[in-house]
Design a binder for this molecule. Structure first.
Ligand code: ADP
Length: 596
């Protein structure tokens, strides 16, 4: 964490508040001013009323001005407070929206590979959960301290006019509370940091039992009691942490309250003494007691607001530090046509905290218009290579060239279209699901219909109540849900809607039945319409049709060639192919060598 001074962070927070809602801040400040003036009016009214009460010769009518002023001032002070409370809700929302936007823009621009690190994801979650509440606390804290300081100044002036000795006494009484606020802020940040990993585990366990994506499996294994048992353990640990933290905060609060009570008691004792020695009259004493009480209230209000501010400071610094580590969003690249081909040259890639590289000196070529397949066992590096080719991960060493030119990630991303194995089922309309891959122009219904037809979605779309305009999925609305295979076709349609010369297909047929797979991939070139493809698949029916096949093992290319070459060679590819063919044909191994 950087050593940015706390005041700098607070100033930044105040600036954020003012920028988020300048009118709201002005209105709130006006209300604060009104509240402070009303406080002084209360003291003045008390002085008038007490003067009239204590004056033996005065009539009842003499009481009226003081009491009327008291009523009006009390009403104004109450109304200012209540209006301000509601006003701050809008202000808080505006500040939260502004901070969320900055945070989400950072999330959208940060290098994708950082999401592979648990430390990054945990920190992001901590920052995210605080980004929701802290700026609001800062907005209310900032305005509360402003109003409180105005009130304290006004009340001090009123009290100075009555008896100057009381002012430093009451101000000193507020000091311990300020010191306590500093201590509390440190304790709160340490608590949040310690609690985040447990909170993430709890969210995850709750989801396993309540989220649609998980309930089918957890229900079928009757795993809920086990999961709830684990959750109970996490809950108990969190409750224990929370209790400890609450204990710390309560002790600190008692300390602060005790200190201000002592201050007020001392001030009241001084007032009695001043009357006793004849320095002030009874009416002044009464007004001074009211002022002392109000000043103590204002002071504790200032302290409360400052506590909110100071407590939020480490969280804001955490947010600012996090934002500082995220690069500013780079402009999207310009799509390029593929004329000769893409080449990956001697690429190495190592994940953070991984012992060995996921890719180690890999070179492949994807000529324009060709279908190139990557095969290999789980963990051999296929998806990692696909992400490098798609411009999502930067290679640790080596390069990716496009028609002979080394391309940066943004350019690569702009020039490639993809289907990933864990594709997204957007809870949006069918049209949005297809057209989201190219937002450079408004969704083109004709183009979406055309690519849907090319991946065999015609019939499914016809059956949807409002065709392309039907909301898909059931997460947000009672939309139409699709089968796994239909969702996969939607993902394929999305990849084709983005009209690029190279498509990366990472297991694009895993959810398709054999007939659907055959229909689509036996004629994959028709589907691709001349585009080049980098295809990752475990289905030999698709792989064998590729123009060229690379076999990966432990992050290296161990063989490559056409299907026929590789089977002929009798290496790893032939071995894997034999395994799958034997399974399909029900023959013992060793009799399948010539089945290609
Ligand atoms: P494949 O697609 O062939 O199954 P991957 O490219 O997904 O293989 O993974 C290649 C290697 O990288 C594997 O050994 C895997 O364990 C490792 N790996 C993948 N993701 C991460 C990650 N986030 N952190 C560390 N290692 C990873």
């Amino acid at each position: 964490m950087s050593r940015r001074p706390r005041a700098g962070v607070l100033l930044e927070a105040l600036r954020t508040t003012a920028r988020a809602d300048p009118r709201g801040v002005t209105l709130a400040a006006t209300l604060q001013l009104l509240g402070a003036a009303a406080g002084v009016a209360v003291v003045l009214a008390s002085r008038l009323a007490l003067g009239a009460v204590l004056d033996q010769d005065a009539s009842a009518a003499a009481l009226v001005p003081g009491l009327a002023l008291l009523a009006v001032a009390t009403a104004v002070s109450g109304a200012a407070g209540a209006l301000q409370g509601q006003q701050q809700r809008v202000l808080g929302e505006r500040v939260a929206q502004r901070v969320w936007r900055r945070l989400l823009e950072a999330c959208a621009s940060v290098e994708l590979v950082r999401y592979e690190s648990t430390a990054f994801v945990t920190r992001l979650e901590r920052v995210t959960s605080n980004a929701l509440t802290r700026p609001t606390a800062v907005a209310t804290g900032a305005l509360g301290s402003l109003g409180g300081v105005l009130g304290v100044v006004a009340m001090s002036v009123a009290l100075l006019a009555i008896e100057p000795v009381l002012v430093p006494l009451l101000l000193l009484a507020g000091l311990p509370a300020v010191l306590v606020a500093r201590r509390a802020s440190r304790a709160e940040f340490a608590f949040a940091t310690e609690a985040t990993p447990g909170l993430r585990r709890r969210t995850y366990l709750r989801m396993l039992v309540s989220h649609r994506a998980f309930v089918t499996e957890t229900r079928s294994f009757d795993a809920a009691p086990e999961i709830l048992g684990r959750l109970a353990g996490e809950d108990a640990a969190h409750l224990a942490r929370l209790r400890r933290q609450v204990g710390v905060r309560q002790r600190l609060n008692l300390l602060a309250a005790g200190a201000s009570a002592l201050g007020l008691a001392a001030a009241l004792a001084v007032i009695v003494w001043l009357v006793d020695v004849g320095r002030i009259g009874l009416a002044d004493a009464g007004a001074a007691a009211v002022a002392a009480r109000l000043l103590a209230g204002q002071l504790s209000g200032v302290v409360r607001s400052l506590t909110g501010l100071v407590e939020s400071a480490p969280f804001l610094r955490d947010l600012e530090d996090f934002l500082a580590t995220c690069p500013p969003a780079s402009p999207p690249g310009t799509p390029r046509e593929l004329r000769t081909g893409l080449a990956v040259r001697d690429v190495t890639f190592t994940y953070e905290n991984a012992g060995r590289p996921a890719l180690d000196g890999v070179s492949i070529e994807v000529p324009a218009g060709a279908v190139v397949a990557l095969v290999g066992e789980n963990g051999s590096g296929k998806t990692t290579l696909a992400k490098i080719v798609s411009g999502l991960f930067a290679p640790s060493s080596g390069a990716v060239s496009w028609d002979g030119d080394a391309l940066g990630m943004a350019e690569l991303r702009a020039s490639v279209s993809v289907v990933f194995q864990d594709f997204v089922r957007y809870q949006m309309t069918a049209l949005d699901n297809i057209a989201l891959s190219d937002t450079s122009a408004p969704p083109d219904r004709a183009r979406a219909g055309d690519v849907a037809g090319r991946v065999g979605l015609d019939e499914a779309l016809r059956r949807l109540p409002t065709g392309l305009d039907t909301p898909l999925g059931r997460e947000l609305a009672e939309g139409s849900d699709l089968s796994g295979g239909q969702w996969q076709r939607i993902a394929l349609a999305r990849a084709l809607y983005r009209d690029r010369d190279l498509v990366v297909l990472d297991e694009p047929s895993a959810a398709l039945d054999p007939r659907a797979e055959h229909e689509l991939f036996a004629d994959v070139r028709r589907m691709l319409e001349g585009r080049a493809a980098l295809l990752i698949s475990h289905r030999w029916s698709s792989v064998r049709l590729a123009d060229h096949i690379y076999v990966l093992d432990g992050g290296r290319v161990i063989e490559h060639g056409t299907h026929e070459d590789l089977v002929e060679r009798g290496g790893r590819y032939a071995e894997l192919y034999a395994l799958q063919s034997a399974a399909y044909l029900g023959r013992p191994l060793g009799q399948t060598g010539s089945d290609h």
